[in-house]
Design a protein around this ligand. Structure first.
Ligand SMILES: Nc1nc2c(ncn2[C@@H]2O[C@H](COP(=O)(O)OP(=O)(O)OP(=O)(O)O)[C@@H](O)[C@H]2O)c(=O)[nH]1
Ligand SMILES: [Mg+2]
Length: 202
């Protein structure tokens, strides 16, 4: 009886919430991506003007509701001195979105190094990974295929966890939905390994 009642209570008044980290080097487009995602998935959300976004020094938080669950995004600053703060969030995260600036050929290796350093951390074991080759709207960018092959050099570190590479333009809003829907499927499937946080519906 209690189980039935608590199940009904949960169904009516609570939602599963998953924490999604957005990481990548500075200037990769993380905050632009978060704003664009909020605009796409939140009815009547006006959002800030994308060209007014400046470098993130602390943390931006954004929440969307999709597929009956909540995704809570933590967008962290990507500057070198801020990367040491990333691992404070690993244990509580359910998925990672790693953003790469496809227009910055010179920093692809630097981005891959930061990715490797992140992925090797035990606290991220079994966490699904979405790698975004961002700024695909610009001319002469590194292709999604090339970025895929560079990062798949880390396949030993990635291991068995769910991993996907998508080409996107955070600025124009292209390719966003597909990745978010994939994240939702992955975190739900991963429920036993990383259970969601139960949050009251507000
Ligand atoms: N052309 C183009 N520019 C983009 C895109 N995404 C982001 N930008 C630009 O890239 C710059 C950096 O974007 P941010 O979103 O601030 O980057 P960030 O990764 O949050 O950077 P930090 O907060 O410093 O870590 C801004 O000038 C954005 O307008 C994109 O898809 N296409
Ligand atoms: Mg930012």
């Amino acid at each position: 009886m209690y189980t039935l009642f608590s199940g009904l209570w949960k169904y009516m008044f609570q939602k599963d919430e998953y924490n999604v980290l957005i990481l990548g080097l500075d200037n990769a487009g993380k905050t632009t991506y978060l704003e664009q995602t909020k605009m796409k998935f939140t009815k009547n959300y006006q959002g800030m003007s994308l060209n007014k976004i400046t470098t993130t020094v602390g943390l931006n938080i954004g929440t969307i509701t999709i597929g009956g669950v909540k995704l809570k995004f933590w967008d962290l600053g990507g500057q070198e001195e801020l990367q040491s703060l990333w691992d404070k969030y690993y244990a509580e995260s359910h998925a990672v979105i790693y953003v790469v600036d496809s227009s910055d050929k010179e920093r692809i290796d630097e981005s891959k190094d930061a990715f490797d350093k992140m992925i090797v951390n035990d606290s991220l074991k079994d966490v699904p990974l979405l790698l975004l080759a961002n700024k695909q709207d610009l001319p002469e960018v590194v292709t999604v295929g090339t970025i895929k092959s560079v990062f798949y050099g880390s396949s030993d570190l990635i291991g068995q966890r769910d991993c996907r590479v998508n080409g996107v333009s955070a600025l124009k809003g292209d390719g966003i939905n597909d990745g978010i829907e994939w994240i939702v499927d992955c975190v739900k499937r991963n429920n036993f390994v990383r259970p969601p946080v139960q949050k009251d519906i507000t």
